[in-house]
Design a protein around this ligand. Structure first.
Ligand code: GLU
Length: 346
C-alpha cells in the first residue's frame, strides 16, 4: 500500500520553527517511502481560524521547500481539503455513532467540568448526583487540537447518568448540549513510529469525550479521524503534544470500523523555560526569519541536526534529507531552542 502522509496545520497563526519541524518530519517520512503528501487545513474553529494565516502557511511551507500532492490550493481526489467545507460529512459520521447509541448529550458548563476535574484530582468522587443546572457554554477548548495544558479534562460521566426526566427538563430549557462519546473501559495499545510501544487507558485518561460542541462545531477528535479515514491517510506524523489524543482517535477509527493509520509523535520544540515555542518569540517566527534574510536551507539544516539526521547544522534542502530518513536518531524528549539558536545555524 502506498504511504499517504499529511500535514494538518490549524490556521490560527503564522508558522514558527515548531510547526516547520513537524511539517518537515511528516514530509520526509512520506517522501522517504515514495509516498504522497496531503495538506489539509484544519480551520474548524470559527473564532481562531483566519484566511490570511491559511495563505501564509501555504507560502511558508513552499518557501521551506516542502511540496504536497493534494491540498486546498491544488485539489485532489479526496477533497475538499479544508475542514470548514467538510462539516456535513462530520455530521453524517456523528450520526453513524448516534444511531448505535454511543453518543449522549451533555449540558455541563465549563465551570462544572473544571470543578469536577478538580474534585477528582483532590480524590473525592465527582459526578453522581451533580446537577448541570447552569447555562451551557460553547466548549471552545475541545474543538482545538488539544495541546499540552489545554487538554479536555477527563469527564466524570455526569450527564450519562441523567434520568429521562432530567434530560427532558434540560431540553425544555432550550439549552443546546454538547455531544459526547461514551467510551468503554479499554486499554488502547499502539506502536508509535518515533516513541515505540504505547498504552493508554481510555476511560481513565480520556473519559467520555466531546464529538460536537454546544455551539454545533464538530470537535477536533471527530473531524481528524473522519478526515484521515476519508482521505486514506496511512501515516500521521505530528507533535508529541497530540500523543494524548491518539487513544481517542484509534478508538474512533475502530468504532467506525475504519483502518487506522500509523502514528509518529515527534518531540516538541521548547523555549528554555520549558514552554512550547510560540510565534510571539520573534526569532522563531518563520515569516520574520524569512524577512530578515535567513535562508530556508539554514532552518532545514538546523531542524535536521536536532532530529539527528545531520551531525552538524549545515545548509540543506528537504530533498537532500529524503534518502535514509528515519525516526530512530530523533531524541525522545523535548528539544530546547535557546535564544542563540541562530548562531548555531550555518
Ligand atoms: N491541526 C493540528 C495542529 O495544528 C494538528 C492535528 C493533527 O495533526 O492531528 O496542531
Amino acid at each position: 500500500m502506498t504511504t499517504r502522509g499529511r500535514f494538518a496545520p490549524s490556521p490560527s497563526g503564522r508558522m514558527h520553527l515548531g510547526n516547520a519541524w513537524t511539517a518537515l518530519m511528516a514530509w520526509l517520512s512520506a517522501r522517504s517511502q515514495g509516498g504522497a503528501v496531503v495538506l489539509r487545513m484544519e480551520d474548524l474553529d470559527p473564532e481562531r481560524s483566519k484566511e490570511h494565516f491559511a495563505r501564509a502557511i501555504l507560502q511558508d511551507l513552499a518557501w521551506l521547500g516542502l511540496d504536497w500532492d493534494e491540498g486546498p490550493d491544488k485539489g485532489g481526489p479526496y477533497g475538499p481539503y479544508r475542514q470548514d467545507e467538510r462539516r456535513e460529512y462530520y455530521q453524517r459520521c456523528l450520526e453513524l455513532l448516534e444511531a448505535r447509541g454511543l453518543v449522549y448529550p451533555c449540558w455541563c458548563t465549563r465551570a462544572e467540568l473544571r470543578d469536577a476535574a478538580l474534585a477528582a484530582k483532590a480524590g473525592s468522587a465527582p459526578g453522581t448526583g451533580h446537577e448541570c443546572g447552569t447555562p451551557c457554554v460553547a466548549h471552545a477548548d475541545v474543538v482545538r487540537a488539544p495541546h499540552a495544558g489545554e487538554a479536555e479534562p477527563v469527564y466524570a460521566g455526569t450527564c450519562l447518568n441523567l434520568s429521562v426526566s432530567e434530560r427532558e427538563a434540560r431540553q425544555a430549557q432550550g439549552r443546546r448540549p454538547s455531544l459526547r462519546l461514551a467510551v468503554p473501559a479499554l486499554h488502547i495499545e499502539f506502536t508509535d513510529l518515533a516513541l515505540g510501544p504505547q498504552t493508554q487507558d481510555l476511560a481513565a485518561h480520556c473519559g467520555d469525550f466531546v464529538l460536537r460542541r454546544a455551539d454545533g462545531t464538530h470537535a477536533y477528535q471527530l473531524a481528524v479521524v473522519a478526515d484521515d479515514a476519508a482521505q486514506a491517510i496511512t501515516e500521521v506524523v505530528r507533535g508529541a503534544d497530540l500523543l494524548d489524543s491518539t487513544a481517542r482517535q484509534i478508538h474512533l477509527f475502530r468504532a467506525f470500523g475504519w483502518p487506522e493509520p500509523a502514528f509518529a509523535h515527534v518531540p516538541l520544540l521548547l523555549d528554555p523555560d520549558g514552554r512550547r515555542l510560540s510565534k510571539r518569540r520573534g526569532d522563531v517566527d518563520l515569516g520574520l526569519l524569512r524577512e530578515s534574510g535567513v535562508s530556508a536551507q539554514a532552518i532545514t539544516g538546523y531542524l535536521a541536526w536536532k532530529a539527528g539526521l545531520l551531525d552538524a547544522p549545515r545548509l540543506v534542502s528537504p530533498h537532500e534529507l529524503i534518502d535514509g530518513f528515519s525516526f530512530a536518531p530523533m531524541p525522545r524528549g523535548p528539544v530546547v531552542v535557546g535564544p542563540g539558536w541562530m548562531e548555531e545555524v550555518a
